[in-house]
Ligand binder design. Structure first.
Ligand SMILES: Cc1cc2nc3c(=O)[nH]c(=O)nc-3n(C[C@H](O)[C@H](O)[C@H](O)COP(=O)(O)OP(=O)(O)OC[C@H]3O[C@@H](n4cnc5c(N)ncnc54)[C@H](O)[C@@H]3O)c2cc1C
Length: 277
């Protein structure tokens, strides 16, 4: 097996353009587990652990930008994140246990495209943008468009996730993140929900909802948002919202949970979110 250890981004991109099938290794918390379980047998690996320029959090031009190599522990405790994107910090704090949070990165969480990735619902309601870079170009696309299907993304073979850019949320919004797992630590979500809402007297002004572990990828619940937009949250509106939710999600039964449990649990946290504010 060949292992490359570039020390700067230019060097990484040169190697990746010549070795498009080489697998990127960031914190290794997903990749090494897959390798250990014989789910992948990589011949070539490019470690990005030496690319220190990929680990940063900054606020600039009404965006928070997070370098793809930033780990979960840093996201959980960072002042900028806690000020502007509190549920991203909350979501990061629920990942694995301290060892995993110190190694696992935001880039790996997104690139892995697990339906249960904990950062994804929060990033989706914050309208996150993925910045991808290769030898010849840089492009940006919405996180919702980056996901292409179960464990599939729009990442090209010569590309690297450089950063995640998040527009500063509108003033006066309330946000919440819910994760249901088997235990409080080292537990992958059976179901998760992120919500962002701004209510006015005449009805809901802004509503964004995203869920995890109820479809092949983490999803924004656009149809539900459309229904709730402008409404006053009466019992009947919340009840109709729950019916719409059920039509829109496609949970499965797997080792972690059942379809039925996921449907009921997601409905319950949606009710909690909508009636709690
Ligand atoms: C015990 C345990 C508990 C866990 N608990 C949770 C949990 O509670 N919630 C949760 O969401 N996840 C959990 N995970 C999964 C994992 O820790 C996270 O998804 C983590 O964020 C992955 O990041 P990483 O840097 O380790 O990725 P890696 O394992 O290094 O890589 C994962 C994938 O992303 C690609 N990749 C990584 N960085 C980039 C980049 N910059 N550009 C392009 N591609 C890239 C790699 O090629 C690979 O395909 C857990 C894992 C373990 C082992």
């Amino acid at each position: 097996m060949k292992i490359f250890l570039p020390t700067n981004i230019k060097e990484f991109l040169e190697i990746k353009s010549k070795e498009p099938d080489a697998i990127i290794l960031a914190g290794g918390t997903d990749l090494l587990a897959q390798w250990h379980n014989n789910k992948i047998m990589p011949n070539k690996i490019i470690s990005i652990s030496m690319l220190k320029n990929l680990s940063f959090i900054k606020e600039e031009n009404n965006f928070v930008e997070i370098g793809s190599l930033t780990n979960h522990a840093t996201i959980e405790s960072n002042k900028i994140i806690n000020k502007y994107l509190p549920i991203l910090a909350t979501a990061a704090s629920t990942i694995g246990a301290p060892a995993i949070r110190n190694m696992g990165t935001i880039g790996g969480n997104i690139a892995n495209a697990s339906p249960a990735a904990d950062l994804a619902p929060a990033l989706l309601v914050y309208d996150a943008i993925v910045k991808l870079t290769s030898m010849n170009s840089t492009r940006e696309l919405k996180l919702s468009e980056f996901y292409r299907g179960y464990k599939q993304t729009a990442l090209g073979k010569d590309e690297l996730i450089f950063s995640i850019k998040i527009p500063l949320p509108p003033q006066g919004v309330v946000t919440e993140f819910f994760k249901i797992g088997t235990r409080r630590a080292q537990s992958i979500a059976k179901v998760s929900l992120a919500g962002l809402i701004k209510k006015e007297k005449k009805g809901i002004d802004i509503i964004r909802l995203a869920a995890g572990s109820v479809a092949p990828t983490p999803i924004r619940l656009y149809e539900l948002e459309k229904f709730l937009q402008g409404k006053i949250l009466t019992r009947s509106v919340i009840s109709t919202a729950c019916d719409i939710l059920q039509k829109y999600i496609k949970p499965i039964t797997d080792v972690r949970s059942t379809e039925e449990y996921r449907r009921i649990a997601l409905k319950n946290i949606l009710v909690k979110f909508l009636s709690g504010i």
